[in-house]
Design a protein around this ligand. Sequence first.
Ligand SMILES: [Zn+2]
Length: 271
Amino acid sequence: MKELVSNPSPRPRPSDTPLPGERGRGEGLKFYSFPSLLQKTSWLSPAYVGVDDKGIIKYLSNEAPTEVVAVESVQGFALPGFQNAHSHAFQYAMAGLAENHAVGTQDDFWTWREAMYQCALSVNPDQAQAIAAMLYAEMVRHGYTHVAEFHYLHHDKDGKQYSNLAEMGTRLVAAAQTAGIKITLIPVFYQKGSFGQDPQPRQRRFISKTVDDYFKLLEKSKSAVQNNANASLGFSVHSLRAVELDDIKTTYQEGPNDLPFHLHVAEQKKK
Ligand SMILES: [Zn+2]
């Protein structure tokens, strides 16, 4: 199954039509059979799937290939790989830390955010990479084949830039490679604490002061994904509260028009 789920978007084929020229030829392919396989418009039942050594589907039919020596029977349904459209990987390290509270203590979004800030301030690049690799491996295990990483943990624990401005993003791409998941790295422009408020000291790892600072980060992030067929880039502002409105407009208008743009549409007004 690993080969199959590593293919994020197999092109659906009509239920009775194998790929051209592939009918009956199983050379070099590994074959699986399923009771049913979900395609764009219908189920294929039964489904025979042949994948090459890169996990690319080369054969898909409701008829068994004629010259195959072995077909692994999978007693379950086959679905396309899922896409995780919004991840903050470092937060995997705080799973369980914001859910338990002493009796009588306050427990709301703000206590969660405080735990998140403490987590954000504590991880170094090696730890961030390890946390992300664990998280992405769990995603793969549960059927995800692509993650969009909404990434704002840019600087060191003191808020200083790493010598490679995109050090943390580079680590996330490496983690995705380790886990075997495709990644869209989305460096986030995070400028302010709230509407009309300067950033708080504990947000220091997130901050780009100006649009130009953010574009430098974005430019450097390109090298984190280049020459990697399983990694791509997006760009982003964190939210309406975390970037000045004029700078949001400038970022969107002057940013690359060939990359996806991402933001938190809804955000808290409170500081
Ligand atoms: Zn988010």
